[in-house]
Design a protein around this ligand. Structure first.
Ligand SMILES: Cc1cc2nc3c(=O)[nH]c(=O)nc-3n(C[C@H](O)[C@H](O)[C@H](O)COP(=O)(O)OP(=O)(O)OC[C@H]3O[C@@H](n4cnc5c(N)ncnc54)[C@H](O)[C@@H]3O)c2cc1C
Length: 566
């Protein structure tokens, strides 16, 4: 006899489960319950309605209940909130939000994919009509009509994660000209990125007119303004809260289903809860982090869809392995793309991994090609095994391709040696013969095997304060357009004739524009018997990007004579 499968939630995890069940069983009765008015919409595209990149909000809805019925014989019931699970009789209680009537529906198998809801802290003004969150099409339409009807000119976005950053970006890109502030409690936006890489994102945001307020939190929402915890008053006729999401676990909790240590619904490797007939997937569950070996939460669309497929397969006895998650994500921000996977250096530190990292910025294409740009790439690996732990990439080019290669490597337990040997495609308009990831592996191996030593971009300010001996290995004309305040210009093309200027009784730190020329000088000096020479990772471009945001937002002295971001 065929199953009756009920699904709670009609978007990423819910719709994917329902569709997979149909593919596995033409005779199953499949009903999907969604408390909102839409199923199957693109949550991830919601912010792009604010800028008009997605002009028509109806386009955000990918499929309607009729299409589900006609194409897949799946009944998608919208405006229906599941309010209770009655496990002993295997029914759910549903409230029709249009009529307020309730009814019960029986199931053989139940799948929960209710997602996660935006966190709203209990602050003064939080329930004002000008305070919004972004979760669905209705939310984004509400924001748009409020902003337009009230001719809003100042918007405060609270929270510098994916959603906050995308919302801020899209408001700035809109043609209705609004001032946008973004308030973030931490000292950086976008937690998957290390502090050094985040500085590149900070520059991009301030360069595009976002008033970025870090190390500060929302305190009060007033009439036309917000107040931060540090006492700053910021003009805001509209406020968008994006400080994180909380797994929707009320239904599960009410039914006595187990909640895990992260506060999300606990499932086994087949996405089964502690009830053999109830599965749970998506943002509402906790998943296993394969590198940290512990439960975590990961609110991303790709994992939700994979979990949905695995849960449906398990219902029908189809085995699927569960590798756990590593956390791969990407974001587009103004003129930059950014992507990350696995552990960043901060996470590796916290988890007690002995690790190091390389920060390189090779061209994303052959340099003479149009649209060739540096790609800032940070690769984190375990010492001494060289096992790849994670990577972050930021640039104008295809960062996602590079990060996806690293995600594959991590999943296959790859090392720097494996990455170095990886045979990747190449054409000058698309990449370089030695791809960014191969390049990073080579640099990592040189470091790992002790062929040279380096200092990180975050250590340069201290070196300057100590009056360290710093060589700028760029050509004279490059040096003249801006340099570190007490560096000495000895170009790579001249240093062999100027060895008498390079001391061998004290540490010598060398940089150029991107680290390539300085690396060559470091190696040559080592071969000439210098013991104490260090490459400055990130070099002049990396130093400028690392220093810039803090320079312009604090009253500290800058350590460069002129910025140069090229
Ligand atoms: C603005 C935004 C941008 C995003 N960008 C990205 C991105 O770029 N990349 C990425 O990977 N991920 C992104 N995400 C995250 C991604 O959308 C989620 O991880 C994914 O949608 C989770 O799927 P889900 O099925 O668990 O939850 P959802 O897709 O949120 O679906 C859950 C649905 O269940 C419904 N529901 C809840 N409780 C009940 C109930 N009791 N009865 C009936 N219905 C109920 C809700 O109304 C909701 O529509 C973004 C999310 C948002 C909000």
């Amino acid at each position: 006899m065929s199953e009756k499968v009920l699904v709670v939630g009609g978007v990423a995890g819910g719709a994917s489960t329902a569709a997979r069940v149909r593919r596995l069983d033409e005779n199953a009765e499949v009903i999907m319950f969604e408390k909102g008015p839409h199923v199957s919409f693109s949550n991830c595209s919601l912010p792009y309605h604010l800028s008009g990149i997605v002009e028509d909000s109806e386009k955000l809805v990918l499929m309607n209940p009729n299409t589900f019925k006609n194409r897949y014989n799946i009944e998608a019931r919208v405006n229906q909130e599941v309010i209770q699970i009655n496990r002993e009789v295997k029914t759910i209680t549903v409230r029709d939000l249009l009529t307020e009537q309730t009814y019960d529906e029986s199931y053989d198998k139940l799948v929960l994919s209710p997602g996660a809801s935006p966190i709203k802290p209990p602050l003064e003004g939080i329930n004002n009509p000008n305070v919004f969150t972004v979760r669905n099409v209705v939310d984004i339409e509400k924001i748009m009509s409020f902003v337009k009807l009230n001719n809003v000119k100042n918007i405060a976005v609270i929270g510098g994660g994916f959603i906050g950053v995308e919302v801020a970006e899209n408001f700035r890109l809109a043609d209705y000209n609004v001032n946008v502030s973004l308030v973030e409690f931490a000292d950086q936006v976008m937690a998957p990125y290390d502090y050094d890489m985040a500085q590149i994102l900070h520059k991009e945001m301030v360069d595009h007119g976002v008033d970025l307020i870090l190390n500060d939190g929302l305190d009060t929402i007033g009439d036309g303004y917000i107040k931060t915890q540090s006492g700053k008053q910021v003009g805001a006729e509209a406020v968008v809260l994006a400080i994180g999401v909380r797994p929707e676990r009320k239904l599960a909790e009410g039914a006595g289903l187990e909640i895990g240590e992260t506060g999300a619904i606990k499932v086994n490797q087949h996405y089964l809860t502690n009830d053999k007939d109830i599965y749970a997937v998506g943002d509402a569950i906790e998943v296993y982090h394969r590198q940290l070996h512990k439960p975590t939460r990961l609110a991303l669309a790709g994992p939700a869809q994979k979990q949905a497929r695995a849960a449906a397969d398990h219902m029908y006895g189809i085995p699927s392995r569960n590798l756990g998650v590593i956390g791969s994500s990407s974001i587009h921000m103004f003129d930059l793309n950014a992507a990350s996977t696995g552990l960043n250096a901060k996470m590796a530190d916290q988890a007690g991994f002995k690790h190091d990292y390389v920060y390189v910025m090779p061209g994303d294409k052959v340099s003479l090609m149009p649209n060739s740009n540096p790609m800032h790439f940070k690769l984190v690996y375990e010492v001494t095994t060289g096992k790849i732990l994670g990577a972050q990439a930021i640039g104008k080019g295809n960062v996602d391709k590079r990060i996806d290669v690293i995600a594959t490597m991590i999943t296959m337990n790859g090392t720097l040696e494996d990455l170095k040997d990886l045979e990747l495609s190449y054409s000058p308009m698309l990449g370089t013969a030695k791809d960014v990831v191969n390049h990073a592996a080579l640099v990592g191996l040189n470091l790992l095997y002790g062929r040279y030593e380096e200092v990180k971009v975050s250590q340069v300010r201290e070196l300057i304060e100590e009056d360290a001996f710093i060589i700028d290995a760029r050509e004279k004309n490059e040096y003249q357009t801006g340099h570190l305040i007490n560096s000495i210009n000895i170009p790579l093309s001249e240093f062999r004739q100027r060895l008498d200027e390079i001391p061998n009784d004290r540490p010598v730190y060398i940089h150029c524009r991107s680290g390539q020329r300085s690396y060559n000088m470091v190696i040559a000096l080592r071969n000439l018997g210098y013991q104490n020479v260090y490459n400055i990772s990130g070099s002049y471009l990396g130093i400028n990007l690392y220093e810039y945001y803090n320079d312009i937002t604090t009253d500290r002295e800058k350590i460069v004579t002129e910025y140069n971001f090229r």
